[in-house]
Design a protein around this ligand. Structure first.
Ligand code: ADP
Length: 196
């Protein structure tokens, strides 16, 4: 392959299985392709409060995270066949909604330098099931990982995902293997790969 890398985004609330599915696909692609993983780190949106200056700094910091990912994607053009993204702009916006930040304004500010992914996988999961998986996870629970916050993040995703192209909704309430098969079928269906 010598074209631009295909960008595949893994999105969904915490505990929906993004990282798990990204790693499964990564290992499968790695036998035949050059694959790069790009992760947007957790954004400090939960530190936002009524202090305007602090909020601006946090928005700036979050903007930098997104910009850093966008730059990584630009610099890795031609070096890789696939770039798998753990979170992307849309995920940031869904979580911004959870913290009461107006996403439309942010979209307007940020969209111009963001590449359009070739595929955005949205892992749709029941919030209680996601919370159970988070509780069993080795890395512990973050401050925002509670029912109320995750419901808001889910609503944030549902409000936003229609405005992002190349979206596939994956039922993430199933077993890891079933989800992995759906992910691979989707890549084939969308002609992002011919076979595994
Ligand atoms: P995310 O990256 O979306 O936060 P993870 O991939 O880290 O989610 O998954 C959260 C936890 O749930 C992990 O401990 C993982 O092993 C487990 N898990 C992921 N997918 C499944 C699944 N389909 N069934 C059961 N447990 C799962």
């Amino acid at each position: 392959m010598h074209n631009k890398p295909k960008i595949i985004v893994f999105s969904g609330i915490d505990g929906s299985g993004k990282s798990t599915q990204l790693n499964l696909l990564y290992n499968e692609l790695l036998t035949n392709y050059r694959v790069f993983i790009s992760k947007i780190e957790y954004m400090p949106l939960n530190e936002m409060n009524k202090n305007l200056i602090k909020n601006l700094l946090i928005e700036f910091k979050s903007g930098i995270e997104i910009l850093k990912q966008a730059m990584t994607l630009h610099t890795n053009d031609n070096k890789f066949d696939y770039i798998l993204c753990d979170r992307y702009l849309m995920c940031y916006l869904a979580y911004a909604y959870m913290y009461g930040i107006e996403p439309i304004e942010l979209i307007r500010k940020m969209l111009f330098f963001i590449k359009n992914p070739d595929l955005t996988l949205y892992f749709d999961i029941d919030v209680n099931l996601a919370l159970n998986r988070i509780k069993e996870r080795n890395s512990g629970i973050n401050k925002h990982e509670n029912y109320e916050s995750l419901i808001k993040a889910k609503i944030g995703y549902e409000k936003l995902y229609k405005s992002f192209g190349n979206l596939e909704i994956i039922d993430a309430n199933r077993s890891m293997d079933e989800i992995n098969n759906s992910v691979k079928d989707t890549l084939i269906k969308r002609k992002l790969i011919t076979h595994f």
